[in-house]
Design a protein around this ligand. Structure first.
Ligand SMILES: [Zn+2]
Length: 310
Protein backbone atom coordinates (compact mmCIF):
# COMPACT_ATOMS: atom_id res chain seq x y z
CA UNK A 1 0.00 0.00 0.00
CA UNK A 2 1.18 3.43 -0.83
CA UNK A 3 0.56 5.95 1.86
CA UNK A 4 0.86 9.68 1.57
CA UNK A 5 3.99 11.33 2.80
CA UNK A 6 3.66 11.84 6.53
CA UNK A 7 1.52 14.83 7.18
CA UNK A 8 0.65 15.54 3.56
CA UNK A 9 -2.76 13.92 3.25
CA UNK A 10 -3.60 14.79 6.81
CA UNK A 11 -3.33 18.50 6.33
CA UNK A 12 -3.80 19.31 2.66
CA UNK A 13 -7.50 19.28 1.79
CA UNK A 14 -6.72 19.18 -1.92
CA UNK A 15 -4.64 16.06 -1.74
CA UNK A 16 -6.04 13.08 -3.58
CA UNK A 17 -6.03 9.95 -1.45
CA UNK A 18 -3.23 7.59 -2.30
CA UNK A 19 -4.30 4.29 -0.83
CA UNK A 20 -7.96 3.62 -1.20
CA UNK A 21 -9.29 5.98 1.39
CA UNK A 22 -10.90 9.32 0.97
CA UNK A 23 -9.41 12.32 2.64
CA UNK A 24 -12.06 14.27 4.42
CA UNK A 25 -11.42 17.93 3.84
CA UNK A 26 -9.15 18.82 6.63
CA UNK A 27 -9.16 21.74 8.94
CA UNK A 28 -6.77 22.47 11.72
CA UNK A 29 -7.70 20.36 14.71
CA UNK A 30 -6.98 22.12 17.94
CA UNK A 31 -5.61 19.88 20.60
CA UNK A 32 -8.15 20.74 23.24
CA UNK A 33 -8.57 17.40 24.92
CA UNK A 34 -6.59 16.41 27.96
CA UNK A 35 -3.20 15.22 26.90
CA UNK A 36 -1.52 12.02 27.88
CA UNK A 37 0.55 12.83 30.93
CA UNK A 38 4.25 12.22 30.43
CA UNK A 39 4.16 9.95 33.42
CA UNK A 40 1.56 7.63 31.89
CA UNK A 41 2.52 4.00 32.37
CA UNK A 42 4.00 2.28 29.35
CA UNK A 43 1.54 0.38 27.20
CA UNK A 44 1.67 -3.31 27.89
CA UNK A 45 0.81 -5.64 25.02
CA UNK A 46 -2.28 -7.69 25.74
CA UNK A 47 -2.85 -11.24 24.73
CA UNK A 48 -5.04 -11.92 21.76
CA UNK A 49 -5.44 -10.59 18.28
CA UNK A 50 -6.25 -6.90 18.04
CA UNK A 51 -6.08 -6.36 14.26
CA UNK A 52 -8.39 -7.99 11.73
CA UNK A 53 -8.47 -7.85 7.94
CA UNK A 54 -11.00 -10.65 7.51
CA UNK A 55 -12.42 -13.57 9.48
CA UNK A 56 -11.83 -17.28 9.03
CA UNK A 57 -15.13 -19.02 9.62
CA UNK A 58 -17.37 -21.76 8.23
CA UNK A 59 -20.72 -20.07 7.54
CA UNK A 60 -20.77 -17.90 4.40
CA UNK A 61 -21.04 -14.66 6.32
CA UNK A 62 -19.46 -11.30 5.45
CA UNK A 63 -19.37 -7.76 6.82
CA UNK A 64 -20.14 -4.70 4.73
CA UNK A 65 -18.53 -1.53 6.11
CA UNK A 66 -18.77 2.14 5.23
CA UNK A 67 -16.16 4.77 6.07
CA UNK A 68 -15.83 8.54 6.33
CA UNK A 69 -19.45 9.43 7.10
CA UNK A 70 -21.96 10.30 8.12
CA UNK A 71 -22.84 12.26 5.01
CA UNK A 72 -25.99 14.38 5.30
CA UNK A 73 -27.52 13.17 2.01
CA UNK A 74 -25.90 9.92 0.92
CA UNK A 75 -25.87 8.17 4.30
CA UNK A 76 -29.66 8.48 4.82
CA UNK A 77 -30.10 7.25 1.24
CA UNK A 78 -27.91 4.26 2.09
CA UNK A 79 -29.85 3.61 5.30
CA UNK A 80 -33.05 3.44 3.26
CA UNK A 81 -31.46 0.79 1.02
CA UNK A 82 -30.15 -1.23 3.98
CA UNK A 83 -33.58 -1.14 5.61
CA UNK A 84 -35.20 -2.39 2.43
CA UNK A 85 -32.59 -5.18 2.12
CA UNK A 86 -32.93 -5.96 5.82
CA UNK A 87 -29.19 -6.14 6.43
CA UNK A 88 -26.97 -4.64 9.12
CA UNK A 89 -23.61 -3.05 8.40
CA UNK A 90 -20.81 -1.30 10.27
CA UNK A 91 -20.08 2.41 9.92
CA UNK A 92 -16.62 3.79 10.68
CA UNK A 93 -17.37 7.38 11.51
CA UNK A 94 -15.30 10.53 11.30
CA UNK A 95 -15.73 12.31 14.62
CA UNK A 96 -16.28 15.81 13.34
CA UNK A 97 -18.95 14.51 10.94
CA UNK A 98 -20.61 12.82 13.91
CA UNK A 99 -20.72 16.21 15.58
CA UNK A 100 -22.15 17.79 12.45
CA UNK A 101 -24.83 15.15 11.78
CA UNK A 102 -25.67 13.43 15.06
CA UNK A 103 -29.20 12.59 13.94
CA UNK A 104 -27.85 10.39 11.16
CA UNK A 105 -25.72 8.53 13.71
CA UNK A 106 -28.75 8.09 15.94
CA UNK A 107 -30.66 6.64 13.03
CA UNK A 108 -27.85 4.14 12.30
CA UNK A 109 -28.08 2.83 15.85
CA UNK A 110 -31.87 2.84 15.94
CA UNK A 111 -31.90 0.69 12.81
CA UNK A 112 -29.49 -1.90 14.21
CA UNK A 113 -26.21 -0.97 12.56
CA UNK A 114 -22.85 -0.98 14.29
CA UNK A 115 -20.90 2.22 14.64
CA UNK A 116 -17.18 2.56 15.16
CA UNK A 117 -14.42 5.15 15.18
CA UNK A 118 -12.47 6.38 12.15
CA UNK A 119 -10.65 9.21 13.97
CA UNK A 120 -11.70 12.83 14.39
CA UNK A 121 -10.41 14.41 11.17
CA UNK A 122 -9.00 11.51 9.13
CA UNK A 123 -5.26 12.15 9.45
CA UNK A 124 -2.57 9.62 8.72
CA UNK A 125 -2.16 8.36 12.27
CA UNK A 126 1.44 7.31 11.74
CA UNK A 127 2.31 10.98 11.25
CA UNK A 128 0.95 11.91 14.67
CA UNK A 129 2.59 12.09 18.03
CA UNK A 130 1.08 10.43 21.06
CA UNK A 131 -0.89 13.47 22.20
CA UNK A 132 -2.46 14.10 18.80
CA UNK A 133 -3.33 10.43 18.43
CA UNK A 134 -4.96 10.42 21.84
CA UNK A 135 -6.94 13.54 20.96
CA UNK A 136 -8.11 12.12 17.63
CA UNK A 137 -9.43 8.97 19.27
CA UNK A 138 -10.80 10.50 22.47
CA UNK A 139 -12.75 13.27 20.72
CA UNK A 140 -14.36 10.77 18.35
CA UNK A 141 -15.13 8.36 21.18
CA UNK A 142 -16.86 11.14 23.10
CA UNK A 143 -18.72 12.47 20.04
CA UNK A 144 -20.18 9.04 19.23
CA UNK A 145 -21.37 8.51 22.79
CA UNK A 146 -22.87 12.00 22.84
CA UNK A 147 -24.66 11.46 19.52
CA UNK A 148 -26.24 8.09 20.21
CA UNK A 149 -25.30 6.78 23.64
CA UNK A 150 -23.36 3.83 22.27
CA UNK A 151 -19.74 3.18 23.26
CA UNK A 152 -17.78 2.02 20.22
CA UNK A 153 -15.54 -1.05 20.47
CA UNK A 154 -13.89 -0.96 17.06
CA UNK A 155 -11.90 1.52 14.99
CA UNK A 156 -10.39 1.68 11.56
CA UNK A 157 -7.29 3.82 11.13
CA UNK A 158 -7.48 6.19 8.14
CA UNK A 159 -5.59 4.63 5.21
CA UNK A 160 -5.35 1.48 7.31
CA UNK A 161 -2.10 2.77 8.71
CA UNK A 162 -0.95 2.64 12.32
CA UNK A 163 2.27 1.93 14.11
CA UNK A 164 2.28 -1.17 16.31
CA UNK A 165 2.77 1.01 19.37
CA UNK A 166 -0.26 3.10 18.38
CA UNK A 167 -2.44 0.00 18.02
CA UNK A 168 -1.40 -1.09 21.49
CA UNK A 169 -2.09 2.35 22.91
CA UNK A 170 -5.57 2.51 21.36
CA UNK A 171 -6.40 -1.00 22.48
CA UNK A 172 -5.20 -0.35 25.99
CA UNK A 173 -6.95 2.97 26.44
CA UNK A 174 -10.21 2.41 24.56
CA UNK A 175 -10.40 -1.37 24.28
CA UNK A 176 -10.79 -1.01 20.52
CA UNK A 177 -9.94 -3.69 18.00
CA UNK A 178 -8.44 -2.44 14.72
CA UNK A 179 -10.56 -3.43 11.73
CA UNK A 180 -8.99 -3.31 8.29
CA UNK A 181 -10.42 -4.99 5.17
CA UNK A 182 -9.75 -7.61 2.51
CA UNK A 183 -12.18 -6.33 -0.14
CA UNK A 184 -11.53 -2.87 -1.59
CA UNK A 185 -13.50 -1.74 -4.65
CA UNK A 186 -11.46 1.50 -4.75
CA UNK A 187 -14.76 3.36 -4.86
CA UNK A 188 -13.02 6.73 -4.40
CA UNK A 189 -11.09 6.47 -7.66
CA UNK A 190 -12.11 8.56 -10.66
CA UNK A 191 -13.97 8.01 -12.81
CA UNK A 192 -16.39 6.69 -10.21
CA UNK A 193 -19.08 4.33 -11.41
CA UNK A 194 -21.50 2.10 -9.56
CA UNK A 195 -20.73 -0.77 -11.92
CA UNK A 196 -17.07 -0.78 -10.91
CA UNK A 197 -18.03 -0.89 -7.24
CA UNK A 198 -20.42 -3.78 -7.87
CA UNK A 199 -18.05 -5.79 -10.05
CA UNK A 200 -15.01 -5.39 -7.79
CA UNK A 201 -16.92 -6.30 -4.64
CA UNK A 202 -18.43 -9.37 -6.29
CA UNK A 203 -15.05 -10.43 -7.63
CA UNK A 204 -13.17 -10.12 -4.34
CA UNK A 205 -15.65 -11.21 -1.67
CA UNK A 206 -15.05 -14.53 0.07
CA UNK A 207 -16.42 -16.16 3.21
CA UNK A 208 -15.42 -13.98 6.14
CA UNK A 209 -14.62 -10.92 4.03
CA UNK A 210 -14.69 -7.40 5.42
CA UNK A 211 -15.72 -5.09 2.58
CA UNK A 212 -14.51 -1.47 2.51
CA UNK A 213 -16.88 1.10 1.01
CA UNK A 214 -17.48 4.82 1.50
CA UNK A 215 -20.94 6.28 2.10
CA UNK A 216 -19.71 9.75 1.09
CA UNK A 217 -19.78 8.76 -2.59
CA UNK A 218 -23.15 8.63 -4.29
CA UNK A 219 -21.90 6.12 -6.86
CA UNK A 220 -21.10 3.72 -4.03
CA UNK A 221 -24.52 4.13 -2.44
CA UNK A 222 -26.17 3.66 -5.83
CA UNK A 223 -24.19 0.45 -6.34
CA UNK A 224 -25.55 -1.15 -3.18
CA UNK A 225 -28.94 -2.52 -4.30
CA UNK A 226 -27.46 -4.72 -7.03
CA UNK A 227 -24.29 -5.46 -5.06
CA UNK A 228 -26.23 -6.64 -2.02
CA UNK A 229 -28.70 -8.60 -4.13
CA UNK A 230 -25.94 -10.41 -6.01
CA UNK A 231 -24.01 -11.20 -2.82
CA UNK A 232 -27.19 -12.62 -1.34
CA UNK A 233 -27.70 -14.69 -4.49
CA UNK A 234 -24.28 -16.22 -3.91
CA UNK A 235 -25.35 -17.32 -0.48
CA UNK A 236 -23.64 -14.69 1.62
CA UNK A 237 -25.25 -13.41 4.78
CA UNK A 238 -24.50 -9.95 6.10
CA UNK A 239 -23.33 -9.36 9.67
CA UNK A 240 -21.85 -6.44 11.51
CA UNK A 241 -18.12 -6.67 12.11
CA UNK A 242 -18.60 -7.51 15.79
CA UNK A 243 -21.05 -10.26 14.86
CA UNK A 244 -18.55 -11.60 12.31
CA UNK A 245 -15.81 -11.66 14.96
CA UNK A 246 -18.13 -13.49 17.37
CA UNK A 247 -19.06 -16.01 14.71
CA UNK A 248 -15.41 -16.71 13.98
CA UNK A 249 -15.02 -17.77 17.60
CA UNK A 250 -18.11 -19.98 17.43
CA UNK A 251 -17.53 -21.54 14.02
CA UNK A 252 -13.92 -21.14 12.91
CA UNK A 253 -12.99 -22.30 9.45
CA UNK A 254 -11.92 -25.91 9.11
CA UNK A 255 -8.51 -26.64 7.60
CA UNK A 256 -8.65 -26.50 3.80
CA UNK A 257 -12.28 -25.41 3.86
CA UNK A 258 -13.35 -23.52 0.72
CA UNK A 259 -13.50 -19.77 0.89
CA UNK A 260 -16.44 -19.47 -1.48
CA UNK A 261 -20.01 -20.58 -0.82
CA UNK A 262 -21.41 -23.22 -3.23
CA UNK A 263 -23.55 -20.69 -5.03
CA UNK A 264 -20.52 -18.53 -5.78
CA UNK A 265 -18.55 -21.46 -7.16
CA UNK A 266 -21.46 -22.43 -9.39
CA UNK A 267 -21.89 -18.83 -10.56
CA UNK A 268 -18.21 -18.49 -11.41
CA UNK A 269 -18.22 -21.80 -13.28
CA UNK A 270 -21.26 -20.68 -15.26
CA UNK A 271 -19.68 -17.32 -16.05
CA UNK A 272 -16.45 -18.98 -17.17
CA UNK A 273 -18.21 -21.41 -19.51
CA UNK A 274 -17.98 -20.35 -23.19
CA UNK A 275 -21.23 -19.59 -24.96
CA UNK A 276 -20.41 -22.09 -27.74
CA UNK A 277 -17.92 -24.52 -26.28
CA UNK A 278 -15.40 -25.74 -28.83
CA UNK A 279 -14.13 -28.37 -26.46
CA UNK A 280 -15.83 -30.56 -23.92
CA UNK A 281 -16.57 -28.49 -20.83
CA UNK A 282 -14.17 -28.97 -18.00
CA UNK A 283 -15.96 -30.09 -14.88
CA UNK A 284 -15.46 -27.94 -11.86
CA UNK A 285 -14.35 -30.19 -9.01
CA UNK A 286 -16.61 -29.84 -6.03
CA UNK A 287 -15.03 -28.41 -2.92
CA UNK A 288 -14.16 -30.87 -0.19
CA UNK A 289 -15.60 -30.59 2.32
CA UNK A 290 -18.49 -28.56 1.01
CA UNK A 291 -19.98 -26.10 3.45
CA UNK A 292 -23.58 -26.42 4.41
CA UNK A 293 -25.82 -24.30 2.24
CA UNK A 294 -27.13 -21.42 4.24
CA UNK A 295 -30.76 -20.52 4.54
CA UNK A 296 -30.36 -16.81 4.11
CA UNK A 297 -33.96 -16.19 5.09
CA UNK A 298 -33.06 -16.94 8.69
CA UNK A 299 -30.66 -14.82 10.69
CA UNK A 300 -27.56 -16.38 12.14
CA UNK A 301 -27.93 -16.89 15.83
CA UNK A 302 -25.17 -15.23 17.75
CA UNK A 303 -26.79 -15.71 21.09
CA UNK A 304 -25.76 -19.22 22.00
CA UNK A 305 -22.14 -20.18 21.32
CA UNK A 306 -21.94 -23.44 19.47
CA UNK A 307 -25.55 -23.32 18.38
CA UNK A 308 -25.39 -21.53 15.09
CA UNK A 309 -28.58 -21.79 13.15
CA UNK A 310 -27.85 -22.21 9.49
ZN1 LIG B 1 -11.37 6.82 5.62
Amino acid sequence: MTVPAPGAAATDPEDEPKDGETVVKAVAVPEMMPLVPPTAPPVQPKEGKIVFTRCELQPPAIALTFDDGPHPDFTPKLLDILKKENIKVTFFLVGRCVNAYPNVVKRMVDEGHEIASHSWSHPLLTSLGDQSLDSQMQRTHDAIIKACGVTPTLYRPPYGATRISQRKFIHDKFGYLAILWDVDPLDWQHPRTSKKVHDRVLEQTRIGSIILCHDIHETTVDAMPTTIADLKARGFQFLTVSQLLDLEKQAPALPNSPKLPPQAIAAMAAAAAPATPAAPPQPVPPPKPAPKPMDTSKPLSLEAPGEIKL
